[in-house]
Write a protein of this length. Structure first.
Length: 331
């Protein structure tokens, strides 16, 4: 099956063409960072206006790079939620229009399912079930028990900030530019992760939930009291180490309760090298395979949306052209 994917849930205007949920023929993403950077975060109104301005060309671009016409694809997959409503409606409206004009089926995709199936894009590996997915992005941090392509359950989640949000907020405390996660990682690369022992908060024993706002707050108190004595690189590395520890701890706890064929690490924060190394080490300790999407498929992209639609398989019914975007779409 050859699918055109469209993703506009946040600030990336993304389109892709993917064959059979794994082979990426085109992956186009127009990053809007320059429009949001001066505000220190994503401005929803600007994001949706940029999607309107960019999306049509991004669709043409993906089809051109795949050397295809709209008539050649078997369907159109679009992110229906969760995300920013003004951003989502642009992608959904475009996908419905393309489906209507071409007579091709429309597939509504949950953005978070997309992140999970990103691990199998351009990879020599097929999903083996059940697998455990840790989804860490700017808006979400959750552990998902994936029993089958359409049978997934969230078994643990953050009780406050998402891991990426903690990176972004801490980066701002350190005076780093937006987007904060990658900038903080670059700063941390030259720092000592043992220098400051930030608290690793683990909610009660019986849960797989997690929490990150305490780590961020303790960085703020530390910086206030420190008066610039500690090199920022050490603070960044120590913060990053605390987040990584909490995430690895949650995954090891989930693995101790149940056997999984693999661990999938996905979402924007999965691009973080320290996190990737810690996961590979945990996978060795637990004798469990660790799968991480290629870096370009860790952060938001449309190839993962096409992949998730495809992985639903034969049973996937096309969605009606009355489809609405849902900013709070449940997992
Ligand atoms: O999945 P994503 O692109 O968008 C959402 O669905 O949220 O994730 C974006 C998040 C941001 O919080 C960003 O700072 C974080 O992922 N991020 C990183 C890195 N690259 C992106 N966090 C830590 N280290 C990175 N290298
Ligand atoms: Zn995302």
């Amino acid at each position: 099956m050859l699918l055109l994917g469209i993703e506009t849930s946040c600030d990336d205007t993304a389109t892709a063409v993917v064959r059979d949920g794994r082979t990426v023929l085109a992956n186009v993403s127009t990053n809007q960072d320059e429009f949001h950077a001066k505000y220190g975060g994503i401005v929803p109104e600007i994001a949706s206006r940029q999607h309107v301005a960019l999306l049509s060309a991004a669709v043409d671009d993906a089809l051109a790079r795949a050397a295809l016409r709209l008539d050649d694809v078997d369907g159109i997959a679009v992110t229906a939620g969760p995300g920013l409503i003004g951003s989502l409606v642009v992608g959904v409206a475009a996908a419905k229009a393309l489906a209507f004009a071409s007579g091709k089926p429309l597939y509504a995709v949950n953005h978070l399912h997309g992140h999970i199936f990103a691990a199998f894009l351009d990879a020599d590996v097929e999903p083996a079930y059940p697998f455990l997915a840790l989804l860490v992005s700017g808006g979400h941090s959750q552990l998902v028990d994936v029993r089958a392509p359409a049978e997934m359950q969230v078994i643990g989640k953050t009780r406050d900030d998402a891991a990426g949000e903690a990176f972004d907020k801490t980066a701002r405390l350190l005076g780093l530019p937006f987007p904060g996660g990658p900038a903080l990682e670059r700063l941390a690369a030259g720092g000592d992760p043992q220098r400051v022992k930030f608290p690793r908060h683990r909610p009660d024993a019986g849960t797989l939930d997690m929490s990150f706002s305490g780590i961020k707050t303790s960085v703020r108190y530390f910086l206030d009291g420190d008066g610039g004595a500690t090199p920022p690189a050490d603070v960044a590395a120590s913060f990053q180490a605390a987040v990584v520890d909490v995430l690895v701890d949650r995954v090891e706890r989930a693995l101790s309760a149940r056997r999984y064929a693999a661990i999938v690490l996905s979402g924007g924060v999965a691009a973080n090298d320290a996190l990737q190394s810690a996961f590979r080490a945990a996978g060795e300790r637990q004798a469990t395979r660790v799968l991480i999407p290629q870096r370009r498929y860790c952060t938001d992209n449309a190839a993962m949306i096409a992949a998730a639609a495809d992985r639903r398989g034969e049973r996937a019914r096309a969605d009606a052209l009355t489809l609405s975007a849902d900013p709070n779409l449940a997992f």
